[in-house]
Design a binder for this molecule. Structure first.
Ligand code: PHE
Length: 500
């Protein structure tokens, strides 16, 4: 805001007592600029103002075109050569399109032109382009002395009524001809001395429109993930590092006693890496794992099937986060015995064809509990508490098969709206031959469970197509514009805060 304009306003007021109409006093300054200066002075009570509204006529785009290039009738008149021959109607049409018809009509009316057979000929030698003259008057003054002319120009869509604003200004309670620089902040320096006592502060403008905040709430998956994390932390779990998306088949399958002939290892189910295709080396206990696979051990008779080191080295995009759990358990085995609880929530990959309920990448929530006194009963009791914290109160289990756990249980939860049991996870007690090969001492039991993050999120948010949640079909717009939200523990429903 220029101080110059503000000073001019103050000086004019000092000299004349008031400004009747800023449109007259400040002809060359836009009304927005004038208003800005007035408002700034008004906030310091130096002036007061009233808005004056004036109805004026302004030239429309079509009118501007006729101002620039002549009216349609004038253009057509000049296109007709003098003499009896004139010009054919078809030629005019070809040259001027729709303008030809409009211009001819007006030309006939003005008695400039007439029809002669299929031709148009002139009736006069020269014309005055009155339409253009009238438009020039409107452009200069916003009005025209002849009311009929205004009516006609408006009918032809060449002009339209608009409002302009100007202001009358009077002296305010704290009028002065000097501009005061107002403080915007209470500073440390002011507080150290006495300056704060006399400082004058700029007023808050409570009418200012704030910037609307960018971005709504977290992605639903990240929200539910955060809730799971909090529950795990509450229950004493440590988070596993899951930043390696590529793992060797050894950690993803072999260490978990998934036989090398298992269907899950097929190309159709697992993404194998091509470059690099193999891990450079296997961990030092790989021979123990191989022997238990081939010949058995730790109470197991093994798979009695061939086992190849090359197969174990193949790199895969991890198909489950249990590939991380196996490594954490191996690390845990290097320390003196202690009970431990770990969890992870991260992406896994499966070579699935994508549909409304399947994705080639999704998130797994996984927990493992290592304890000498761990048992299936304790796992069931734990899962009961865990899911209750998520608002899932009724769960039940069904025996199932996992290569790495025995016994294994699928976890089902009662879904009120669907009125049926839905599978929400998988769990079990890790096999002794797996745990002993990883180096865990005799007597250490490990329970584990896993579930997808997408399934509970979809149930909570009422989403029925997983592709709306993950991948390229996610509508970024809803994520940016959604209001803040939390998940209601009692109903399991998303509660939007600030949505009403
Ligand atoms: N890895 C299993 C899955 O992908 C889940 C699981 C984890 C099961 C740990 C048992 C123990 O479904």
């Amino acid at each position: 805001m220029s101080d110059e304009l503000k000073l001019t306003i103050l000086k004019t007021l000092a000299a004349k007592g008031s400004i009747e109409d800023t449109a007259v006093t400040f002809k060359n300054v836009s009304s927005e600029t004038v208003l800005g200066a007035i408002k700034s002075l008004e906030s310091q009570e130096m002036v007061t103002h009233k808005t004056l509204t004036t109805e004026v006529w302004s030239v429309c785009p079509e009118g501007q075109d006729q101002l620039d290039n002549g009216s349609y009738e004038a253009r057509i008149f000049h296109a007709v050569p003098a003499g009896e021959q004139g010009i054919s109607i078809d030629e005019l049409k070809a040259k001027f399109g729709a303008v030809a018809n409009l211009g001819q009509g007006k030309g006939f009316k003005n008695k400039w032109l007439k029809k002669s057979g299929d031709n148009i000929v002139r009736l006069v030698d020269s014309i005055v382009d009155q339409t253009k003259v009238d438009l020039e008057a409107v452009l200069a003054t916003g009005a025209h002395e002849n009311k009929e002319t205004i009516k006609e120009l408006k009918r032809r869509n060449l002009i339209a009524p608009t409002k302009t604003f100007s202001y009358s200004v009077a002296k305010g309670a704290k009028f002065s001809t000097e501009l005061k620089k107002l403080e915007t902040d209470l500073t440390e320096d002011m507080l150290k001395g006495d300056a704060w006592k006399t400082a004058e502060f700029k007023q808050f403008n409570f009418d200012a429109l704030g910037l609307s905040p960018r971005g709504g709430h977290l992605h639903p998956l990240m929200k539910v993930r955060e809730e799971f994390r909090q529950i795990f932390f509450e229950m004493g779990f440590e988070e596993m590092p899951t930043n390696n998306f590529a793992e060797s088949s050894f950690w993803n399958f072999d260490a978990l006693f998934v036989p090398q002939q298992h269907v899950a290892r097929d190309l159709q189910d697992t993404f194998y890496l091509s470059d690099p295709a193999e891990a450079t080396e296997l961990p030092d206990f790989w021979k123990t794992v191989r022997d238990v696979h081939v010949k058995g051990g730790y109470g197991s008779i093994g798979y009695r099937a061939p086992w190849s080191e090359d197969e174990a080295k193949k790199l895969v995009l991890r198909t489950h986060t249990t590939a991380v759990s196996s490594q954490i358990l191996h690390k845990l085995a290097q320390e003196p015995y202690r009970a431990a609880k770990y969890f992870s929530i991260d992406r896994v990959y499966r070579n699935e064809s994508v549909d409304a309920t399947h994705l080639a990448e999704f998130h797994q929530v996984e927990g493992i509990i290592a304890d000498k006194s761990m048992s299936l009963g304790r796992l069931i009791a734990f899962l009961d508490v865990f899911f209750k914290k998520m608002g899932i109160t009724t769960i039940r289990f069904k025996p199932t098969y996992n290569p790495y756990t025995e016994p294994s249980m699928e976890i089902f939860s009662w879904h009120n709206e669907l009125n049926k049991w839905v599978e929400i996870g998988n769990s079990g007690m890790f096999r002794p031959e797996m745990l002993r090969s990883l180096g865990l001492e005799e007597g250490v039991q490990v329970a584990g469970f896993g579930l997808s993050l997408e399934r509970p999120t979809m149930i909570r948010c009422g989403i029925d197509d997983i592709r709306q949640l993950v991948g390229h079909k996610v509508d970024r717009n809803t994520i940016e514009t959604d209001p803040a939200c939390r998940l209601d523990k009692k109903t399991g429903k998303e509660v939007k805060v600030g949505a009403e």
